[in-house]
Design a binder for this molecule. Structure first.
Ligand SMILES: Cc1cc2nc3c(=O)[nH]c(=O)nc-3n(C[C@H](O)[C@H](O)[C@H](O)COP(=O)(O)OP(=O)(O)OC[C@H]3O[C@@H](n4cnc5c(N)ncnc54)[C@H](O)[C@@H]3O)c2cc1C
Length: 387
């Protein structure tokens, strides 16, 4: 049986490497094959973009070559897949890759063009008045902008609830406050945060945790602010309800969509996300296609997060091993999520939940922060299937 995983991001790598250990015998005897198809040579630990945007460490610290992260019994093919041919059971790119079972792990993409007037180039130029920490290039440019930002107004704009990592924008605002305070510039810089919702964050527990901090630190919050147009030259954003936001620097968390290959293959919904069973991770109407991570259409409380891609990959690897052996597949993804949230450069909180346990924010402090710092490095063991 040939199991092909499309995308060597957090979910795809974790799945390929864990499965390789679970079916070592079958791989050894050539009864099964695992193929991982990825277009990039490098893998980014994306939470590192947040740190890189504050110049904590250079982007290179959070980037590694894909090859050494892949188990020796997994075949890695470098290819930019243009189409999934469901009837012919093959991926079409520079080469053709046939499969018996396909797992789509192509992630999600920040799409600045979903805010008319804005494009990805605008947030890469430090002088443009717009910035982002949601792309590698954006994070590097933002670090330079923030270092030189002496006075004025910075807006952190969450354009849509559909974006990677529910916590990152809230963290960004709190870290920005911390950075400016320690640099002695906070009194000269106003911070405003906009949310498309009537709370700071999709997660109520996170909203309840962050709100008093925003208040205490003088971070202004604007709710139900849905940007519909940008005027880059005048550094303005216009909201659906007629409000206008003006700032010297507008840091954008753009709406996200699914990978082009999903849309080009007629596999996903309008936004390019795959209709996926929340427990088995099978793609609707197919018994030979699964999806993990950001590529799925699963919505709150299943969010677009590396932790979720990881937990889904753990479950699916076990079920695929069972399926290969023709025994029932008993494992179900239980909606598990956990996440660290920094409220400063020396303090973090921790949030976790699953379908049976509602989210609660754990104690905030230096110890949790130390664990988070360690996790930034442990991630590499996670994607290698060792954690
Ligand atoms: C600033 C920031 C902070 C974050 N912080 C956190 C956090 O604290 N905690 C957390 O849990 N998550 C966090 N995340 C989110 C996390 O990084 C993603 O949710 C996670 O990487 C999703 O994993 P994935 O495998 O679904 O997709 P990805 O890791 O994005 O991988 C998708 C892969 O598919 C490949 N691919 C796509 N299309 C093709 C194609 N046509 N052909 C070949 N290959 C293709 C891509 O190149 C990529 O390697 C953060 C993200 C950002 C941007």
């Amino acid at each position: 049986m040939r199991i092909v995983i499309l995308g060597a991001g957090t979910g795809g790598l974790t799945l390929a490497n864990r499965l390789a250990r679970l079916i070592a015998d079958e791989l050894e005897r050539s009864r099964a094959e695992i193929v991982l198809v990825e277009r990039r040579k490098d893998h980014d630990y994306q939470p590192g973009y947040l740190m890189a945007s504050f110049g904590v460490r250079p982007l290179a610290h959070y980037r590694r070559s894909v090859r050494p992260l892949v188990h020796r019994r997994v075949r890695l093919i470098e290819d930019d897949v243009r189409k999934v041919d469901l009837d012919g059971r093959r991926l079409r790119g520079e080469t053709e890759t046939a499969y018996d079972l396909l797992i789509v792990a192509t992630g999600s993409v920040p799409d600045f063009r979903l805010i008319p007037g804005l494009d990805a180039e605008d947030v890469r130029r430090p002088d443009a008045g717009f910035g982002t920490f949601y792309t590698a290039e954006g994070a590097e440019a933002l670090a330079r902008t923030l270092e030189a930002f002496e006075r004025g107004r910075i807006a952190v704009v969450v354009a849509s609830p559909v974006h990677k990592c529910p916590a990152a924008p809230t963290e960004f605002a709190l870290l920005l406050d911390d950075l400016l305070r320690s640099a002695g510039r906070r009194r000269r810089v106003e911070i405003v945060y906009t949310s498309p919702l009537d709370q700071l964050n999709l997660l109520e527990a996170l909203d309840a945790w962050a709100r008093p901090e925003f208040h205490r630190r003088g971070i202004e919050a604007l709710f139900s602010f849905v940007p519909v147009r940008a005027d880059v030259a005048r550094r303005r954003l216009f909201a659906k309800d007629g409000r206008t936001l003006e700032a010297d620097l507008i840091v954008v968390v753009p709406p996200h969509r699914g990978a082009d290959v999903v849309r080009n293959s007629g596999l996903g919904d309008e936004a390019g996300f795959l209709p996926t069973d929340p427990e088995t991770l099978a793609v609707a109407g197919r018994d030979d296609v699964y999806a993990v991570g950001d590529a799925t259409d699963l919505a709150f409380p299943v969010l677009k997060a590396g932790a979720i891609a990881h937990f889904q990959a753990v479950v699916l690897a076990q079920n695929l091993a069972h399926r290969l052996r023709n025994v029932p597949t008993p494992y179900r993804y239980d909606g598990r999520f956990l996440c660290f949230v920094d409220d400063g450069f020396a303090s973090s909180a921790f949030i976790r939940y699953d379908r049976h346990h509602p989210p609660r924010t754990a104690t905030t402090g230096g110890l949790v922060h130390a664990i988070r710092q360690a996790y930034h490095e442990l991630y590499w063991l996670g994607v290698r299937g060792l954690l």
